[in-house]
Design a protein around this ligand. Structure first.
Ligand code: DC
Length: 220
């Protein structure tokens, strides 16, 4: 199953809950872009095609590790789980995600993770590019204000106090970046079910997604 949509539409929360109900593995592909962005920044490698980026992709190792307290993202042996969650790293990920070789590299890794089936893959291009034949495709949206408020609460819970106004500007900028890039731009797959989550609770969204899963199951 794939779940795509813009930042703050509720993808991670919904994908995690649906995966848990189905006993599927949840794969956060945004974290993978954040992980590669983190590594490039750490090594001071410019965000453009070239030998330095090629070398980075050649020896990059991204691994999701299951721990008792949740999934950890390891990048070349280093646990970056918390470090990649800042607003700044979201923008870094958005910037590096427009580079073709980075998309090719991560799409291949995502396909190998999803191939086994029983996965909920969450991102921007899961239903359009990486898994065009997925059984169930969901596209979550929400108003900019609703998304901003959710992101503010999330960052606040992590101790990162950012003004709502800045968060909304940041989300709008990321929407533009992610929707206007040449390859694999953010868009709804034609056969995806679209849900506007602005006025819905998490439970309501999860229920609608589970109904879609059941419909799909019943139709064979
Ligand atoms: O979902 P997120 O905010 O963690 O994603 C960070 C950035 O990574 C997002 O702004 C665009 C990019 N991304 C992408 O291009 N394709 C994906 N499948 C997932 C994320």
């Amino acid at each position: 199953m794939t779940i795509d949509g813009p930042s703050g539409a509720g993808k991670s929360t919904v994908a995690r809950a649906v995966a848990e109900q189905l006993g599927f593995t949840y794969i956060d592909t945004g974290a993978m872009y954040r992980g590669i962005g983190w590594l490039a920044r750490e090594r001071a490698i410019p965000f453009r095609e070239g030998p330095a980026l090629e070398a980075l992709l050649r020896d990059a190792r991204l691994v999701f590790e299951e721990h008792e307290d949740g999934t950890r993202l390891m990048v070349n042996g280093e646990d970056v789980t918390e470090r990649i969650r800042t607003a700044e790293m979201g923008m870094v990920a958005s910037d590096i995600s427009a580079i073709p070789s980075v998309r090719r590299w991560l799409s291949a890794l995502q396909r190998s993770l999803g191939e086994a089936g029983n996965t909920v893959l969450e991102g921007r291009d899961m239903g359009t590019v990486v898994f065009p034949d997925a059984d169930v495709k969901v596209f979550l949206t929400a108003s900019l204000d609703a998304r901003g408020e959710r992101r503010a609460a999330e960052l606040c819970a992590r101790g990162e106090a950012v003004a709502l106004e800045h968060i909304i500007q940041d989300l709008a900028q990321r929407d533009r970046n992610d929707s206007n890039r040449d390859i694999a731009p953010l868009r709804k797959a034609e056969d995806a079910m679209e849900i506007d989550t602005s006025a819905l609770t998490v439970a309501e969204v999860v229920e609608r997604v589970m109904e879609a899963v059941q419909r799909r199951g019943n139709s064979g």
